[in-house]
Design a protein around this ligand. Sequence first.
Ligand SMILES: *Cc1c(COP(=O)(O)O)cnc(C)c1O
Length: 478
Amino acid sequence: MTDSLISSAYSQALEVIASVEPRIAEATRQELTDQRGSLKLIASENYASPAVLLTMGTWFSDKYAEGTVGHRFYAGCQNVDTVEALAAEHARELFGAPYAYVQPHSGIDANLVAFWSILANRVETPYLQKLQAKNVNELTEADWETLRHEFGNQRLLGMSLDAGGHLTHGFRPNISGKMFHQQQYGTDPETGLLDYDVVAAKAREFKPLVLVAGYSAYPRRVNFAKMREIADEVGAVLMVDMAHFAGLVAGKVFTGDEDPVPHAHITTTTTHKSLRGPRGGMVLAQEEFAADVDRGCPMVLGGPLSHVMAAKAVAFAEARQPSFQTYAQKVADNAKSLAEGFLTRGANLVTGGTDNHIVLVDVSGFGLTGRQAESALLDAGVVTNRNSVPADPNGAWYTSGVRLGTPALTTRGFGHDEFDTVAELIVDVLSNTQAGTTKAGDPSEASYVLGDGVADRVTSRSAEMLDKHPLYPGLVLS
Ligand SMILES: *Cc1c(COP(=O)(O)O)cnc(C)c1O
């Protein structure tokens, strides 16, 4: 697609939007300007291609299509069937998965589908036996009571939040921490690394129905073959949530034991992080779970977002190109360069480095909380997010860490040297920021004082790099 086509597509779309609500057109233009002008280091974000973005803006949004391909509860779904079947086919080919369910609206929704599929598949309740024999309407209140009891008392073992796990892996504020008896495994207090022997010992003692692997803030690779061995030993289902690193799996950076798809019973993911697709989720599964996963809508999902499924198909087609493997390898190489950049300048990293797309900086050495560091960096045009470090003394709100990721800037074309410069700029900001005080003069976990001239110095150095690697280079809005 040529630059002028993309430019006129968006310029005209914005004109149409402006004719109804100009402030939305204006905010949309401003968002592009802001994204172009900042160093986006949020590890869960990326920039989808214009083809993916344009695919989302169509009349597929207007169609209801509850059900599955060829088996819908609404009439007139022939084109949605084409879209969903193609997205699923691309997903199966891309990940080598026996089965793919592309309806989940987000990563959290994909996990809900997985949890309910596992319960339906593995919990041997009288309810399920009766359900197979009878119409649901014939079940008695006592049957439902049994169901609630059995489904509500299963066990889940996941990675703890402060070790890098996700809140859907059994953390109390999420429903996964309420519907399951949950326990968590952490990382080694010395090295910050996963210790498989500790995971195995916990699993033997706790005997979970579901063993969850996967993370949002762990800067290392996971051996999923070992995780499966642990699951098999205790009779658990291995569920891997690859929401963060699906792009590294699709791009064949994680292969063999590091590729979750052949080892997990069920693999869930987002499609918008390192995978660089539209905002959404997906479930991949072994055949034995396919029928249960297919019931995701209406079990826990609303009607499928057909326009987003169409964009997933486009994104997966992109990810099947050899150029995506080059991209994924650069994401990992750039993370190494970023980590080296911090280490040579004396900063502390959780686990001492990275071998995926994430770098987790422990900012306590700068005398700052994660909250102060995040805000000071934002003042200098560096967009990050604060994150707990293992056994974080500042808790989950203020935290002691800043999480960085390379997928977005790698999409813009940043390479080895630029990521070293990014580390230099971040260290410049953090070492020239002082923790502030409250109005009463007490130490504050939130306020901070940025040194004179730092923001200007960092902003102009970033602007040079951002100008050299423009976002959507040919896109000029009229
Ligand atoms: C981002 C993330 C999710 C949630 O994705 P949403 O699309 O925001 O719902 C789930 N699991 C993990 C591991 C994640 O990193």
